[in-house]
Design a protein around this ligand. Sequence first.
Ligand SMILES: *Cc1c(COP(=O)(O)O)cnc(C)c1O
Length: 391
Amino acid sequence: MERLDSQALLRELDTLEQRHQRRQRRTVEYLPDLDHPERVRVDGRELVNFCSNDYLGLRCHPVLIAAASECMRRQGFGAGAAHLITGHCSEHHALEEELAAFTGRERALLFSTGYMANLGVLSALGGRHTLIVADRWSHASLLDAAHLAGARLRRYAHAQPSSAAHVLASHGGARLLVTDGVFSMDGDVAPLRELSTLAVEHGAWLMVDDAHGIGVLGERGGGVLEQARLDARAVPILVGTLGKALGSFGAFIAGDAALIELLIQRARTYIYTTALPPAIAAATRAALRLVQSDAWRRERIRGLVTRFRAGAAALGVPLMASMTPIQPLPVGESARAVALSEALLARGFWVSAIRPPTVPQGSARLRVTLSAAHSESQLDALLEALAEVFA
Ligand SMILES: *Cc1c(COP(=O)(O)O)cnc(C)c1O
């Protein structure tokens, strides 16, 4: 852009439109039916939502609602200040202690969002002298965080430990190896055992952002680390988000006491922002108990994933190699992905089209996410609709 004015912005928007990259927000009306968190109304039409991150179906759980309501009635709504001023409430503190116990770490620290957690930790540990070695397909917040931290960033080939090893071997000094646990656009799981061995060999620290694994994977819902049987020594920095499987809002970083104390001193996205409303922490505590007590929700998701993949294969609907509730369907061109998504909407299913620049050029896809809230009949109806639109 030569100069900044509205005309220039409109031309920019036009370009996005022509490339089929302009995104549309849709306004969601939730149905007044808390038994069905998966059903929504959009433009007057009722849809089954197959693209939310509410993996366990906890978003509308009466126990979360009761915990939040009760806390609000007792303590009001806003936290009133940042954590280091007067905003650190007993509900936040209790949630941090419960998250530390849940993840098997000394301490945990709450952040307002996952995006801010990643900015906070990388800017506290990064800097000109730190090299951040990140998977090429890491979440945007991790890559943005590395840039904003002013750290040197090297990206390695997706899910390839040999590529990460090459980068680690060719640089000395302070190095942080960073990866998503479950990759949000592909649904595949990072090779964590190999990465953790590499980190130890090269004297680097490993950080895993398990936004899509916490609550969903592992017997107890401990996420990718529980599934891979890796402890706190293998992965010193764990990031988890609370707005996905936990059906709540916010995020946390878990680690040893030194890490958390340093973050409290240095993470600017922790220090210079208002603490979450304590009612959100109260609802999250209730969600965390349900994550641990309701193993059936994870079993249900596993069953739905198996059923979806078998059904898609039988109907000739293309799949990618994912065993998580994120099930992308490869399409190729952005325009076709958008058309398929529209055709599904017309049939009553909300499945998002994922396009560049979120994914590489030519790899546009539909992204189905499954939830314990879905019924078998909703899943089977989606499969039939997919077979029709892909035919
Ligand atoms: C969703 C997501 C985030 C951001 O979390 P928010 O709490 O929504 O800001 C960070 N990392 C990954 C891998 C995510 O999928």
